[in-house]
Design a protein around this ligand. Structure first.
Ligand code: PMV
Length: 366
């Protein structure tokens, strides 16, 4: 079993001058969903997502040697350049969970600066982009101090592993185009511990797929995904669901290799509705869809039936609809979105996103 614990990663702080590392990391949208976990953030079933382009987090970690070595981790967190002590609890827990992997964290004084490309209140989950950006910065610190992780593949695998510990779905944001997380016989080297890229076998039609995010509601979610995962533990459909997700993964990968849009779209929409059906049928039921989510789904179905355009929807753990379609239909779908879907969005807001190239290291701080 892969274990990144390494007590040797201790810095000679006497010779350490301060510095910074900076990464820009995208959000992702799952097609087969991760919903249900066990142990230390391990998935109950494999999941796969498109890496996005426009929706991303930019994180800079500034470091200097700390005076003496403490038992805790010394850091401050800034969001959009303003101190955000209310976010520090989650980050502290995450960093403290990493001290056996990165023991040098206790030797440093850190300032963490983060900002999102999308409005904080847009109702878009930022944990995947935020946690992956931070994980990349931490692995970059290791590389800077110790010269380890010099091979790209090793660097990305560790970043994905670390991102997973912050937020499960974040481990998939490390790779361009598409990434798969969770062991499946459908993909060699797939693992529950980190995501792996799914790109070489992917049919070209998916490489420039669009993903329009329709902001149906900007409100904060009433139930966190953490609580949602928890509710799967005694869910009456849990075992059937995990089996179903494994089966759908096999079918989906076949469809995505073959460029079979119809089969892709069918599984994609089934997964979105299954996720929300699981929420509604848990022991403490909850509902994240809004009336306009359903109205928009009906519009998509009608448009597809009448226009024969392969446009499909998926949903995250929230009310906002993600529209997925090949680039060559962008004009037609754009007109449909403007005319029929934007009136259903809060303040007519949407983000025209598409499949992206993955995280980028930024050279200059901030
Ligand atoms: O990574 P978490 O714990 O926020 O869970 C995310 C779960 C979904 O977004 C609903 C599905 C997924 O696979 O991304």
């Amino acid at each position: 079993m892969l274990d990144y614990k390494n007590s040797k990663l201790i810095i000679d702080t006497g010779s350490l001058s301060g510095g910074s590392v900076s990464w820009h990391s995208p959000s992702n949208i799952a097609i087969v969903k991760y919903w249900g976990k066990h142990g230390r953030q391990l998935p109950r079933n494999p999941s796969i997502s498109f890496t996005l382009d426009q929706a991303h987090t930019h994180t800079t970690v500034k470091y200097r040697a700390r005076k003496g070595i403490g038992n805790d981790i010394q850091f401050r967190f800034f969001f959009d350049n303003l101190p955000k002590p209310e976010f520090e609890g989650k980050i502290r827990k995450f960093l403290e969970s990493l001290v056996e992997i990165f023991p040098f964290l206790k030797q440093l004084d850190l300032d963490i600066y983060s900002s999102n490309s999308f409005p904080h209140s847009a109702g878009i989950a930022s944990s995947a982009s935020g946690m992956s950006a931070l994980a990349l910065c931490l692995c970059d610190l290791e590389r800077t101090f110790f010269g380890t992780l010099s091979e790209e593949a090793a660097f990305l695998q560790k970043a994905s592993y670390i991102a997973r510990l912050g937020s499960g779905s974040a481990c998939r944001s490390i790779y361009p185009t598409m990434a798969l997380w969770g062991q499946t016989p459908a993909l060699e080297h797939s693992s529950d511990l980190f995501a792996v890229p799914f790109v070489e076998a992917l049919h070209p039609i998916f490489h420039d797929f669009h993903n329009d995010i329709l902001i149906i509601s900007k409100g904060a979610k009433s139930v966190s995904s953490r609580a949602g995962h928890q509710l799967m533990e005694d869910h009456i459909y849990a075992e059937d669901r995990y089996g179903q997700a494994r089966q759908r993964m096999l079918r989906l990968l076949d469809a995505m290799k073959a460029g079979d849009l119809q089969d892709f779209g069918h599984i994609c929409e089934q997964e979105a509705l299954t996720l929300h059906a699981l929420m509604m049928s848990s022991n403490t039921p909850f509902m994240l869809m809004e009336p306009n989510t359903i109205a928009a789904i009906r519009k998509v179905w009608e448009f597809r039936r009448l226009q024969h355009v392969p446009v499909y929807f998926t949903l995250d753990a929230g009310p906002n609809l993600h529209l997925l379609y090949p680039h060559r239909y962008a004009e037609q779908v754009g007109a449909f979105v403007t005319e029929s879907l934007l009136p259903l969005c809060q303040d007519g807001q949407y983000i025209a996103d598409r499949v992206g190239k993955g995280p980028v290291k930024m050279e200059s701080a901030q």
